[in-house]
Ligand binder design. Structure first.
Ligand code: KIV
Ligand code: ZN
Length: 513
């Protein structure tokens, strides 16, 4: 049975979603979860684009095993050197070289002729081949490129050492039948194509990314590039969960094998949504809140009698149904450590102790703690270590006859600063105003504030996701607590701390593809 490789670009193309900016710690956690799901390749970033991206790719290459790690590079020496520098510690690093090939991109963007593009591409692949044989070559905007030119170009880059040929539908313009035909044509007209794997990378501008990827599979593609929750430039990329679950659910039709552990999908989807601050729409296929919910009486009755009457997938297969593991206030260090390691996290002693203290605190408020609760504690923990400002104290008074007032105490190194603020717009606004007065950062604009219960019941953990814009860049903060005013304070502070850390590190020279 033929095997399809899954190449995940959440950390590169996904991070190019408007208003998304992940910090290295978040990228590492997502990469580890992608590895648990057993994707074949993780595109960890675009190392030349910023110091932060370089560092994230390097850390992921060093720490995430049993999966190929790729880094993106334009077809030039500087990009390739930088990509290799970041990737070289990886187990099986891949340099992903790209250049645009459509008439419109060559004329207006590159100002280069076909011959010049071909020469640049071959030179770049040969250069990359000095470092590794694991080279992927992408013809940006391939779906609007001349086929004859692509045949020539692909033949030459394969001769130069490319081992994966990627056909991007960069602007999401393709139609499934047409795109499938294009893949077939390339397979049939590039003489040495059997020396390379054939990949596609589809954007979702017309809502056809998954359909185009499936058409490509039917016509000979054996690697599909995807992003979790379908995030990415503009309307996003082929959604990882939709592509994988289609191949699994309709194995009878495609008869293809993939090696992913689908039970990790839900956790990955939630993680990406929290860290990016991009909510998943309720009716989103596979991972939307309603994807396994039945509202109509007839449907509910059918599902109770026999699940498969109205469900083509089992919620358990994407990890949606809670496993039976629970912890409570009598659980000790050993049980928590065991629970955390079963979830797939590795914490150093110091972080474990901090999580343990918070676990005991939460267990006093909530009877049964499940994996989502423990994950929320671990994720809360992520930022507290290097925070510029730490929360010492928050107090809010509010009601229908008083002006909401918040008092906040923050610590910065040895200094403790206290401020109070009132706001006619409610207690959360008062908290944010008080924090603004302490941190004194100019131009902070609140872009979005979202609150969600991540577990059920009145003792549920409420997750708050806050996005702020500072000097035209977006920073996301999130926190899950039983008290939503506390969660809001921590989430807002986290977003500001990300800005503070970045400003202190001065790593702002971002180049996006
Ligand atoms: O959409 C695109 O063309 C890309 C390439 C860099 C692969 O993201
Ligand atoms: Zn793309």
């Amino acid at each position: 049975m033929e095997r399809i490789k899954i190449f995940d670009t959440t950390l590169r193309d996904g991070e190019q979603s408007p208003g998304v900016s992940l910090i290295p710690e978040e990228k590492l956690l997502i990469a580890k979860q992608l590895a648990r799901l057993k994707v074949d390749v993780i595109e960890a970033g675009f190392p030349i684009s910023s110091q932060g991206d370089f560092q994230a790719v390097k850390t992921i290459a060093e720490k995430v095993r049993d999966v190929e790690i790729a880094g993106l590079a334009r077809a030039n020496i500087k990009d390739i050197d930088r990509a290799w520098e970041a990737l070289k510690a990886g187990e099986n690093p891949r340099i992903h070289v790209f250049i645009a090939t459509s008439p419109i991109h060559m004329k207006y963007k590159l100002k280069m002729t076909e011959e010049e593009v071909l020469e640049r591409a071959v030179k770049a692949v040969k250069y990359a081949a000095r470092y590794t044989s694991n080279i992927e070559f992408s013809a940006e905007d391939a779906s609007r490129s001349e086929l004859e030119f692509l045949y020539r170009l692909f033949t030459e880059v394969i001769k130069a050492g490319a081992r994966v040929i990627n056909i991007p539908d960069t602007v999401g313009y393709a139609i499934p039948e047409e795109f499938g035909r294009m893949v077939r044509n390339i397979k049939e007209n590039v003489d040495n194509i059997d020396q390379a794997e054939l990949s596609v990378h589809c954007h979702n501008d017309l809502g056809l990314a998954v359909a185009n990827s499936l058409a490509a599979i039917e016509n000979g593609a054996n690697q599909i590039e995807v992003a979790v929750n379908g995030i990415g430039e503009r309307a996003g990329n082929t959604a990882l969960e939709e592509l994988i679950m289609t191949l699994v659910t309709r194995k009878d039709y495609y008869n293809l094998s993939i090696s992913q552990d689908t039970t990790q999908i839900m956790r990955l989807s939630k993680m990406v949504s929290s860290f990016t601050g991009m909510p998943v729409q309720p009716n989103k296929a596979i991972v939307g809140e309603n994807a396994f919910a039945h509202e109509s009486g007839i449907h509910q009755d059918g599902v109770i009698k026999e699940r498969t009457t109205y469900e083509i997938m089992d919620a358990k297969s994407i990890g949606l149904k809670e496993n039976s593991l629970v912890l409570g206030k009598h659980s000790g260090r050993h049980a928590l450590r065991d629970f955390i390691s079963k979830l797939g996290y590795e914490l150093d002693e110091e972080s474990f102790e901090e999580v343990f203290v918070k676990f005991k605190d939460l267990a006093d408020k909530k009877k049964k703690l499940r994996s989502v609760d423990i994950e929320a504690l671990i994720n809360n923990q992520l930022y507290s270590k290097d925070a510029v400002y730490e929360l010492e104290y928050v107090s809010v008074s509010t009601g229908n006859t008083v002006l909401p007032t918040a008092t906040i105490k923050l610590r910065r190194d040895q200094d403790i600063i206290e401020k109070a603020a009132c706001s006619g717009d409610g207690p959360i606004d008062a908290i944010f105003q008080a924090i603004n007065e302490i941190v004194a950062v100019d131009n902070i604009e609140l872009i979005s504030y979202k609150i969600d219960a991540i577990t059920e019941g009145t003792d549920a953990l409420g997750e708050v996701i806050v996005k702020v814009k500072i000097n035209d860049k977006t920073y996301t903060g999130h926190s899950a607590q039983t008290d939503i005013t506390y969660a809001s304070t921590l989430a807002y502070l986290e977003a500001i701390n990300k800005y503070m850390t970045e400003t202190l590190c001065k790593n702002n020279n971002t180049v996006k593809v």
